[in-house]
Design a protein around this ligand. Structure first.
Ligand code: HEM
Ligand code: HEM
Length: 145
């Protein structure tokens, strides 16, 4: 039971990372349309819905991971780079990139700068989330639950 509970954070985050890769793909359709003039379809509703799911899910999953780490070791931050990457890089990108996405959604307009800012934040976020998966697997392999 204990082991199962500790798999909750890795499983949830793993699924969110896969969804993020799909949301990123739909975002590139929009970027091709906006910056390269290609005739593509942007699945707007799906992008916003699944994107919000990823952003909110990761925001909630982060304190979730901290809870499990604290439960296991009695401290927060014991996982080294996995902790630093989450708090110093992923968290600000979620807030800034997610905030920009939200702003574009509630105030629809033709724009250039905010989509580029949002896109760059989200590319970085997806890359760092993949790094997070690799350090996460390392923690799992070296931890006797
Ligand atoms: C994993 C999460 C997300 C990723 C990877 C992502 C990625 C992208 C990318 C690459 C673009 C194209 C940017 C450009 O053309 O320069 C884009 C556009 C857009 N995204 Fe996201 N996004 C995510 C989440 C969100 C969220 C949560 C929202 C809103 C709540 C959102 C709203 C938008 C909107 C409205 C556009 C179109 C902007 C425009 O051209 O007017 N995105 N996204
Ligand atoms: C965006 C994705 C992720 C974020 C933001 C994130 C964030 C965190 C944070 C903040 C902690 C607490 C660290 C500490 O206090 O030292 C943690 C712990 C942990 N994370 Fe993640 N994580 C993510 C993805 C993953 C993935 C994909 C896996 C595994 C495949 C994973 C496995 C773990 C493990 C095993 C722990 C330690 C839990 C324990 O000590 O029982 N994480 N995570």
């Amino acid at each position: 039971m204990h082991q199962l509970l500790h798999m909750f954070h890795p499983a949830l985050m793993g699924v969110l990372i896969l969804v993020a890769l799909y949301v990123f793909y739909t975002g590139t359709q929009r970027a091709r349309m906006l910056h390269l003039g290609h005739k593509t379809r942007f699945a707007y509703g799906r992008h916003v819905f699944l994107g919000a799911l990823v952003v909110l899910g990761m925001l909630l999953g982060m304190p979730g991971g901290m809870y499990f780490a604290w439960h296991r070791t009695g401290e927060i931050g014991s996982t080294g780079w996995h902790f630093v990457n989450a708090v110093w890089y992923i968290l600000p990108l979620l807030v800034l990139g997610g905030g920009a996405g939200w702003l574009m959604h509630v105030r629809r307009a033709k724009r250039l700068l905010i989509p580029v800012f949002h896109g760059l934040c989200m590319v970085l976020l997806v890359a760092l989330a993949l790094c997070q998966a690799s350090t996460g697997v390392l923690i799992l392999r070296s931890t006797p639950y």
